[in-house]
Design a protein around this ligand. Sequence first.
Ligand code: HDE
Length: 679
Amino acid sequence: MNNFKDEQLNQFRVDDMGKDLTTNQGLKMTEDEFSLKAGERGPTLMEDFHFREKITHFDHERIPERVVHARGTGAHGEFQLYESMKEYTKAGFLQNPNVKTPIFIRFSTVAGFRGSADTVRDVRGFAIKFYTQEGNYDLVANNMPVFFMQDAIKFPDFIHAVKPEPRTEVPQASSAHDTFWDYIANNQESAHMVMWAMSDRAIPRSYRMMEGFGVHTFRFINEQGKATFVKFHLKPALGVHSLVWDETQKIAGKNPDFNRKDLQEAIDCGNFPEFEFGVQLLAEEDEFSLDFDILDPTKLWPEEDIPVKIIGKITLNKNVDNFFAEVEQVAFHPGHVVPGIDFTNDPLLQGRLFSYTDTQLIRLGGPNFHEIPINKPLVQFHNNQRDGYHRQTINTSNISYHRNSLANGTPKTVSESEGGYAHYQEKVSGNKIRARSDSFKDHFSQAAMFYNSMSEHEKKHIMDAFKFEVGKVKSKEVRQQVVDMFGNVNTDMANQIADSVGVNRPEGECSKYSKVSPALSQANTVKRPDTLKVGCIICEGYNSEEFNAVLNALYDAKTTPEIISSTLSPVKGSGGEEQVPKYTFTTTDPVLMDAIYVIGGPNLDDKAVTEVKRFIHETYMHYKPILVSQNISMLLDANMAAQSGVTILDGNMQINKFINDISMHRHWDRNVNIIATNK
Ligand code: HDE
């Protein structure tokens, strides 16, 4: 099936390969290495237009990075609807399951600068542009279902607090500092979101393994004008998986582009990332039926109470051709809607509806950013807006105003039945007032529900994250305020944090909240071995029969085996065939693998033994599966073999076990303390 966006972009793609070098005016040049000088050792001449053009263009190459979500990556794909949503919405792209809608997606971190590391603890942006036949629809989502505040007017304050501190501009891409936690303790509506940010959700293994959430309550409107409240969800086909904290910090140095590369490589290999697209629906008459306000963006709708109806699928199937042209220049906006999708009065959403166009004006340098190829809708646009920086269209009509008779009143507006957008006529009344509704005043019940719903290892990770982050706060007063605040969520958790960060335990017991929502635990999501990276460590003379059996099983299970050895030279097996390593012990690292298989070989020298032990040790400490050949099982530390996810290979049964262990990804019940005691 044609991807119409791809066809449109094709008109703008330029391949310079094999071409003559010209100036921007198309003039072929004889020389591009030496500026025009008065004598071989003389000064450069003003007349050198080629030099001036080249340097001037270079001087102006940078545009401002996004004020938030600066670090990210993107890909093209398509949306496939499973069943018509006609009953709830008239949105064209949600009517016919036979129509595929081209999309562009951008994943991002929030706080870090454009060159910061991928694997930092942070929220991830999950912004999708649907190029529909009714114009662009943007779902500008995150990988967490709630947000830090209830009113957009606080966004600049929050972002100032989380970004590097103004005096020193440190720390980069980290919330582990005084101003962030000072903001949190003084703005307690953030409690629920902070629980998510301290959880494993904030350190995803892959953009392909994250859930996406539209956060706000939106409105679907059907052909009859009936509204239904809706929350948007994306669920990854591979389940939700995270890194462990120690890994994230090491990866930030070993491969700061970890998540970016992961996405690009998966798409290049044809392992197209997939996300199911779901909606939670709530009838308008049930607006007040929940025990929280549906306009409050610090609240989620528990899936056990309002199930997520899966209505379609997103597949990412093409990498960008040019990062700047596509990923940097893409401009999202929650206000890019189509008929059938409307807003609610969520004060966070209302504020966002202003911010996104405003930010593009400075970032992309003027009001014509909708004409940049990646932002251009598939349908033509016609109105009386004119001129401005970088205008591309040549509007030939002499008429650029409404109402007119010279152009028969065109471009003309159309009725709703002809596809015109009409805002939902919600009845609104009230006094003008700067205030927060009483229905927004509960800040802790869902924060507690989130914690209550975690598995034991997830709870431990949350506590460890708090201990790290709050432990980095220099102000003891702020540390105490944070501990007191989170005493409202869970007493045991707050006590442990208090003990670790050297402040008093909070007063009183918090046992008010018992609600649990199992869907919040990523431990309950899909587990599959597909695409997980298995480092296969080989050495000259390895056992070919065993190696081939394991490799075939790994391929059958759709994992991604990657061969590691001392050098990049081909390595010969016992059967005479050769394997060419992809990495050496120094060009990759155990933190970059999801599992390891160590076959070794008879010629494993001392240096290789040291490296293999390092790979085993790190992989073990990060709870990842390990398979070792029987003949080198002595490289395992004592008692390690008895631990979960560790296998010594002496037959096919063990290969199957290893594959299952890879599906589990992490083996949390492993005793990681045994290494320390045995060394
Ligand atoms: Fe954004 N946000 N945001 N945000 N946001 C931006 O727009 C803003 C919020 C989100 O990949 C900016 O083009 C305000 C919630 C994503 O290009 C800016 C508020 C959610 C991205 C902006 C919020 C998001 C942005 C910066 C109210 C999840 C990256 C650059 C508190 C539902 C889009 C840009 C991309 C980007 C403002 C809160 C998601 C400044 C005022 C809630 C995924 O306009």
